[in-house]
Structures are given as C-alpha cells and as structure tokens.
Design a protein. Structure first.
Length: 202
C-alpha cells in the first residue's frame, strides 16, 4: 500500500510536501537531458505557490482543475467507481517517490489521470502523459491507470470525455526509478553545498 503523505486539504502544506520528493509531473519532464537540467534548477529554486510560473498555476491548469471538480470527476466516479483525489501519496519503499493521481478508488485503489486538451485524443498518448501514469502506477502499486481525455475549444467542452486503460511498461518504470534516484542524490548534494556556503537556509 502507498503511504499517505498529505491529504491535500491545505494547498500550502501540500505544496511543501510535494517539494520533498519527485512526483509524476516532475519525473515525466526530467526524463530528457534538457528537462533534467530545468527540473534541478526549479527544484532548488521553486516558485512560490501563487507564482505564474508555478506548476499549480496557469490558465490551462486552472481550467482542467475546474472541469475535474465540476464534471469529469463525477463522470468517472459514476462509471468506474474512481473518486476524485487531491491527496499526495508516497511509495512504500521510498516515500520521496510521490504521486497525486487525479482519481483513486478508495476500496480497490485503482487510479485515473484526467487531461483536458484543445486537440482530439491522439492514437498514441503523449510521452509525458505516459510517463506520468507509469510513475503513478509505480507509486500507487497499480497495474493500470484510467486515462481520461476531454477536448475543448477555447475552454468550452467539445465532446464527452473519452476513457481508456493505460498499462505501464515495467522496464520504463525501472528506468524512471534509476533517474529519480540519481536526481534526488544530485539535488541533496546541491542543497548541502548551498547550505555549506550559506546560500540556503537550514
């Protein structure tokens, strides 16, 4: 069973807890060399919660979050029994491996990921989305994740959501574990160096 890190009731404490490890959104970006560099820079100097550059902000993010609350979450729960989730979870073997799936069945544990987009659902799910779900399945100890896509035109829904099951590649999971482990080590060393030079608080 995954470990409950933060229930998500308080955004500030959730954001602080989220910054202690590597989440699905983080690792999906860090799987490329340029993404890795950007990730480390942002991790060591995170934007404030209300920053326009924060991963918690932006028009598209806010629209997606609103649609989840207003419609998609209930749509999925009615059909699949997967309830909306805002809690932050950690892997039982390494609590710094983090995930906040958009949906989680409180009984069976099955998870879902919601995406809103201006484009139709592609035949092949975007690499970053695949990696997000691959990581979430690892942390949450699930063999699959329900991928839910809703298209919109200038923030007006075009069609009903489309849902399909995604099954992660175990080899990709192990590759991501290796990358995440090395990232955490590199970040911890960089923080220690910054503390030693007085450039970062205790």
């Amino acid at each position: 069973m995954p470990i409950l890190i933060n229930d998500g009731a308080d955004p500030e404490s959730w954001y602080a807890a989220h910054g202690t490890g590597i989440s699905a959104s983080y690792i999906s970006k860090a799987m490329t060399p340029s993404g890795r560099r950007d990730f480390i820079a942002n991790y060591l100097n995170p934007p404030p919660l209300d920053s326009a550059d924060s991963t918690r902000m932006g028009m598209y993010f806010e629209y997606g979050r609103r649609r989840e609350a207003e419609f998609i979450g209930e749509w999925i729960e009615t059909r699949y029994g997967i309830a909306p989730n805002v809690a932050l979870w950690g892997h039982k073997g390494n609590p710094r491996f983090l995930a906040t799936p958009d949906g989680r069945d409180p009984i069976l544990g099955e998870i879902a990921e919601f995406k809103t987009s201006t484009t139709v659902l592609p035949k092949t799910i975007k690499r970053e989305h695949r990696d997000q779900m691959t990581w979430q399945c690892l942390v949450m100890e699930q063999e699959r994740c329900l991928y839910v896509h809703e298209q919109h035109d200038n923030f007006t829904p075009v069609n009903m959501p489309i849902a399909q099951w995604f099954y992660p590649d175990p080899e990709r999971q192990q590759e991501m574990v290796s990358v995440a482990t090395s990232l955490l080590f590199e970040i911890d060393m960089a923080r220690e160096n910054l503390r030693a030079t007085g450039m970062m608080g205790k």
